[in-house]
Design a protein around this ligand. Structure first.
Ligand SMILES: [Zn+2]
Length: 459
């Protein structure tokens, strides 16, 4: 008899897998926000023709090797100083077109000799500031950057042809085009459009700019680094994907203290750095405007490679890198030449200006949306005093009259899955905190959202 009972239990079929779990029963699936008509209008101004002009002009300086700033015998119109002058003049033109809405800055400094820099070298960063229209919000900064320096096979060769059409005239073109089309807007927070140098020597320009931002008290909430966004087109390459752009973001912040890193691991927040929440927001915003698809790469940068976003990460800022789907290594960091019938060199002919324009639109939509959005909630906590299958979250708002959205995703999920809208600064949801990651973001009446902030435990 006993034996029969055990068998019967063992043979009971599993409950249907279609049962709805608590975390799926509550709230609603994440839907994209409606596009803001003013932002959509600005995006329509993005011009592949203007982008082509920018990249062509940058290539025309023959070399933009950072070390060429010290070469006094270069023909007029060649070398990185000529490129800096031209970028500055473009930003000045956009500033004049919007009656001085952009403040254009040229920041020149000298680096001492170091690896990849045999002698003291002047480096120039150029940036334009679209100051936030709300003085209380203007310290929040959303920044886009590309590096205008270039290199040949030998990074120390300041004389060899170094067209750098894709790496990284394309990224500079994104930054300049964002400045041109967004200067018609008046968001509450500040947007900075930058072109930096020294990237190929060792991220010198971006390191200087990120430190300057820190020293000036800028609250940089997003640094969008565009580096190699030309959509390289090699005849015969079947695997380039012109509908996608990769977005790299760091896991545990490089700026985290040992104690913060321990807490991140203990809470399972390895995929919730501010950079990663920013990357998720890029994907969310992109859907509202039907832009190119950002593929979220949960890694600081490509394997053993780096870029200017890391300089911002080192200062504790959220920073991510945009880069084409598939790179062609014959077309970067190579002196132009033909060898065994193979064309080497980062040449204009391999850049797809339409692709760069699509990447610019994703950047511009992100910058504008975040600069219009209310500040993210602060002091976000999850109460852990009682052992409970409900979860109670509390936070502080910005006092701008915004509402909030509490988001969650299963621990194995990459993107936010469901959300509930909340008018107050706390909520209790019937979902166990052990099975999901929660985030809270601010939402204004027009649907602009801040990046999400994950809660810290409060006993
Ligand atoms: Zn680069």
């Amino acid at each position: 008899m006993l034996r029969y009972l055990v068998l019967a239990l063992a043979l009971t079929p599993l409950p249907s897998a279609a049962v709805t779990r608590d975390l799926q029963a509550y709230g609603a699936p994440i839907r994209s926000a409606p596009a803001d008509p003013a932002i959509a209008q600005a995006l329509r101004q993005i011009s592949p023709e203007r982008i082509r002009h920018t990249i062509e002009t940058l290539v025309s300086f023959r070399t933009r090797n950072t070390l060429s700033s010290m070469d006094r015998d270069l023909p007029k119109g060649q070398g990185i100083n000529a490129a800096a002058d031209w970028i500055e003049s473009q930003l000045q033109r956009y500033a004049a077109d919007c009656h001085g809405c952009l403040e254009v800055e040229r920041d020149t400094f000298t680096e001492s000799p170091q690896n990849r820099m045999p002698r003291p070298t002047t480096i120039t960063n150029i940036y334009a500031v679209l100051r936030g229209s709300d003085p209380a919000q203007a310290k929040r900064v959303y920044l886009v950057t590309g590096h205008y320096d270039s290199r040949a096979t030998d990074v120390l060769d300041s004389r060899a042809d170094s067209p750098g059409a894709n790496d990284d005239a394309s990224g500079v073109a994104v930054s300049l085009e964002c400045a041109r089309v967004l200067s018609s807007l008046k968001p509450a927070a500040t947007i900075v459009f930058a072109a930096v140098a020294g990237e190929e020597q060792g991220l010198n320009g971006s390191r200087h700019l990120a430190k300057l931002a820190k020293d000036m008290g800028w609250q940089v909430e997003a640094a969008l680094d565009n580096d190699i966004v030309g959509g390289n087109t090699t005849p015969g390459d079947r695997w380039q994907d012109k509908s996608a752009v990769r977005v790299f973001s760091e896991s545990i912040p490089v700026a985290a203290t040992a104690e913060q890193a321990r807490q991140i691991v203990s809470l399972g927040y390895e995929s919730d750095s501010s950079s990663r929440e920013l990357a998720r927001e890029v994907a969310f915003i992109g859907r509202s405007y039907g832009t190119i698809t950002p593929v979220l790469e949960f890694r600081r940068d490509r394997f053993l490679r780096g870029g200017d976003h890391e300089s911002f990460n080192e200062q504790g800022f959220a920073g991510i890198r945009f880069i084409e789907w598939r790179e062609d290594y014959n077309h970067q960091h190579q002196t132009p030449r033909v060898e065994n019938g193979v064309q080497y060199g980062d040449l204009l002919q391999f850049v797809d200006f339409q692709y760069v324009a699509h990447v610019a639109a994703l950047n511009a939509a992100t910058l504008a949306t975040l600069a219009y959005a209310p500040p993210a909630p602060t002091n976000v906590r999850i109460l852990t005093k009682a052992l409970d299958n409900n979860s109670t979250l509390q936070w502080q708002g910005s006092g701008t009259g915004s509402q909030y959205e509490v988001l969650w995703r299963e621990l194995g999920a990459a993107q936010w899955q469901r959300s509930v809208e909340v008018a107050q600064e706390s909520v209790t949801v019937p979902i166990s905190k052990d099975n999901v990651i929660f985030g809270v973001r601010s939402v204004d009446a027009r649907g602009h959202r801040s990046p999400a902030v994950v809660p810290l435990p409060e006993r």
